[in-house]
Structures are given as C-alpha cells and as structure tokens.
Write a protein that binds this ligand. Structure first.
Ligand SMILES: Nc1ncnc2c1ncn2[C@@H]1O[C@H](COP(=O)(O)OP(=O)(O)OP(=O)(O)O)[C@@H](O)[C@H]1O
Ligand SMILES: [Mg+2]
Length: 139
C-alpha cells in the first residue's frame, strides 16, 4: 500500500490511521532517510490513542515509552545503535514480545533481531513537503 502526504498533518493522520488497526504485540519497522517523517508518523499514532504523552525522537535514548488512553507505545530509533547488546540492556524482548505496540525507526538496521512477522513502512521524500509511505501491508 502506498500513501502520499503533502503536509506534516497528513503524515500524522496516516499514523492515526494505523493506530486504529494496530494491536498489542504488533511490531512496525519505520524505514527511510533522515527527515522523511517517521517521528511525525509516531506522533500521530500516539496522539490519536489519547493520553497526554509527549512524543520525542528517541535517537539518543533509543527507546521512549508512551502511555496512552489505550495501549502502550514503544518508540524505538535504531539509527545510533551500534551493537545489539545495547538493546539487550534495555530489556528489548520484554517490549518486542510485550503488551504494547512497537514502532521502530530505522528498524531494518537490525532486522534480524526483530520478529519475522514485523511489518515495514518505508518513508521517502518527494520534495519539501511531499512524502511517500510504502507499506508492505494495508492499513
Ligand atoms: N509531508 C510531511 N510529512 C512529514 N514531515 C514533513 C512533511 N513535510 C515536511 N515535513 C518535515 O520533515 C521533517 C520530518 O521530521 P521527522 O523527525 O518526522 O523525520 P524522521 O524521519 O523521524 O527523521 P530521523 O530519521 O532523523 O529520525 C519535519 O521537519 C517536518 O516538518
Ligand atoms: Mg525520527
């Protein structure tokens, strides 16, 4: 499935759309270059579930956890991850096989450590405000 967005708001709406069908235990890989909208997508996803969590890029923390009015969101960013042991120290398996939804920016950098059934959305830039989201599933 392919989605075109021409504003930050539309990318957030796409995130909210995924949140309607996502279930506890789901793992989503968000791939694509820097600045293509992955974090904005997670913001739309999380905000649509209610609660007042503040979504921030986990590029330094590697993992941010948001409690929503519904399920927990485990927001990862693997961009700065150099070794899988850093994830193991975080108790990674507890999240991947846990009770929330995992949204993993740059997830393909460590694809082998993610469940085979994880779904992927690839973000790309088509100009200053245009983005394309290519998903290997429908949502
Ligand atoms: N259609 C759009 N959708 C999303 N973001 C857009 C769009 N048009 C412009 N932008 C801008 O692109 C940037 C997207 O930033 P964001 O942090 O979501 O990227 P990212 O993919 O998470 O990058 P990184 O890999 O560095 O974490 C923001 O500055 C935003 O204002
Ligand atoms: Mg980001």
């Amino acid at each position: 499935m392919q989605l075109y967005t021409s504003s930050v708001a539309q990318t957030r709406q796409a995130g909210a759309r995924l949140a309607k069908t996502a279930k506890a235990g789901d793992v989503y890989i968000l791939d694509g270059d820097l600045g293509t909208g992955k974090t904005e997508f997670v913001r739309g996803f999380t905000d649509s579930l209610g609660g007042n969590a503040t979504v921030r890029s986990p590029s330094f923390s590697i993992l941010n956890i948001y409690q929503t009015g519904c399920i927990d969101v485990y927001h990862f960013d693997f961009y700065r991850l150099s070794d899988i042991s850093e994830l193991e120290e975080l108790g990674f398996d507890d999240y991947i096989y846990g009770n929330g939804v995992c949204l993993i920016e740059w997830g393909s950098l460590f694809r082998d450590y993610l469940p085979p059934e994880a779904r992927t959305i690839r973000f790309s830039d088509r100009g200053e405000c245009q983005r394309v989201l290519d998903a290997d599933f429908d949502f």
